[in-house]
Each structure stands twice: as C-alpha cells, then as structure tokens.
Design a protein around this ligand. Sequence first.
Ligand SMILES: N[C@@H](CCC(=O)N[C@@H](CS)C(=O)NCC(=O)O)C(=O)O
Length: 312
Amino acid sequence: MNEPILHHYPVSPFAEKIRAMLGYKGLAWKSVIIPMMMPKPDVIALTGGYRRTPILQIGADIYCDTALIARVLDRIAPAPTIFPYGENFANRAMAYFADGVMFNLSVPIGFQPGGMMKLFLPDATPEFLADFGKDRAAMRQGGTIRRGPLAESKANLASLLPRIETQLGDRPFLLGASASECDFSLYHVLWPVWMVPATRPMLEVFPKTLAFMERMTAFGHGKPSEMTSARALDFAKKSRPVAIERPQALETDGIALGDMVQVMPVDYALDPVQGELLQCSADEIAVRRSGPRAATVVVHFPRFGYQLQRAS
Ligand SMILES: N[C@@H](CCC(=O)N[C@@H](CS)C(=O)NCC(=O)O)C(=O)O
C-alpha cells in the first residue's frame, strides 16, 4: 500500500483529528509539515487552490477536508473502523456540529494570547502572531463563519459541556463502546481548551469528558516519518491517480462529467479549485487538474460543504 501522506502542522486541531485517526488505526504515514499561513506554494501546487489544513495525499490523489479524509482512511485501513455503528445520522450530526460549530467556540478560547500558540510556538515573534491573525481574517473574508467574542464563546461552550458529559454517561465514547468519527471531531475541538493549562479548568469539573480526552489521546498518532513537501510533489508527479469507481453526475444542474468546473468550500477559505469533473456523487466531488510541479492529480472533496460551478 502507498503510505498516506498527511500535509499538516502541529498546532492545527483539524490535523489533530486525523493524526488521532491514524493512531487509532495504527497506521504508518508520511508527515509533511506545511506553512501555517499563506503563501503555501507546495500545497497549492497539489490542490490547485485549496489552502485549508490538513490534506491527505495518496500518490497522485489529493483528499481535501477531514470529513472525506476520515472515509478514505477507513477505506484503506478498514480495521478498526471509525464507523462501528454504520454511517448513521447521530454520528454525522455530532461530527458536523463539533467541526462546524464547536470549533469556532473552542479556538477563540484555546488560542487566546498565551494559549496554543505559546505552547506549540514558544518563540513566535509578535510580528508572526500579527501576520497569522491577518491571514485568518483574510481567509474568513466573504465567508459565513462568525467568530464571537471570547465571553460568548466561553458561555456557549459552558452550556455544551454538561450535555457532552450526559451523552458520555457510562459509555467510553459518544455512541458506545467503540470510537466513531464523531468522537474524533469532539476530541479535536476540545483539544485546544484541554491542552492549555489556563483553560483546562473549564473541563475539569466534567470527569467523564476528561477521561474521554485521555482515552482519545492514548490512541497516539500512529507511525509518522518525515517527508519534505518537495518529495511529496515528486511522488505525486511519478504516480497516477486511481480510477474513479462508479462515476456519476448527480444533481449538477446540467454540468456533465468531463466539463471544466470549479469547486470551493461554502463556509470559509473561498478559494476555487479548477479542473475537469470526474465525479459528483452525493458524497464526493473529484476533479482532475494538471500543473508543472505535480503533473496530473485528482483532487477530491466531500460534496457536503463544497459548491460546484462551471469554470468561469
Ligand atoms: N472543514 C475543514 C476545516 C479545516 C480547517 O479549517 N483547518 C484549519 C486549521 S485547524 C485551517 O485550514 N486553517 C487555515 C490554514 O491552515 O491555512 C476540514 O474538516 O478539513
């Protein structure tokens, strides 16, 4: 098997979600550390424009968004599955709520001055931190995600924590005895609050939630070995994308397979990726694109949360 290549950086909570899944599955993987902010020339050479973190590369196939990466990992390494109760609605709803809503509560809390950035990048200069803030403000421009003030984020998280404690009840994981996709989503959004000593007390009155975080951390990160982004690009160039199984053009408003399209997120980081449409099912959009540095790659997105348009 081609070892999966994760393009990520350590302080990214969404990357932590995937690192924990790689740990749960005990997988060997290649770790490419990417810049935390734009410009990201090697990432863009692979994706064609998508800049969010993480991305997963398998040869010349590039998978964007952790919701899709989760399903890809489960396909390449089915045991232990992260869908032990099937792809049910409760799992998807909790995973979406954690990723889409709770992330925007916990980041302002865990990334306060002296928080996650201090832990992971103790030597970051004030200029770097200011540039990082500007990068994220620019990334959210035109998007639909609201980051509220700190007090509001804390109040909203405080109202959810007792409910999480109740949901865990006498179960080790949200849905039962085995970890599911939604557990990894809950884990990564609580991770910044839990990691930072000054904010961990928010969780300390919830022993089941704390035990849950310890259980999730114990999965580890699998077996990473470092790879440079130059090698990853080279690897993409030498590989051929895998043929798409059962291609379809479902509810595309007249766009056909083979047409030139652009795909981009619906919520933030509205950077279009252009390519030839190879797949548009209820679950996945895939486009083929070529460039000088990665040659021909297929870039995959989940259907949910991404918009498809004819290339302009
Ligand atoms: N829906 C995306 C969200 C990913 C996301 O927002 N990741 C953050 C890092 S935790 C990000 O991309 N930040 C901007 C960047 O890394 O350039 C997913 O599930 O992968």
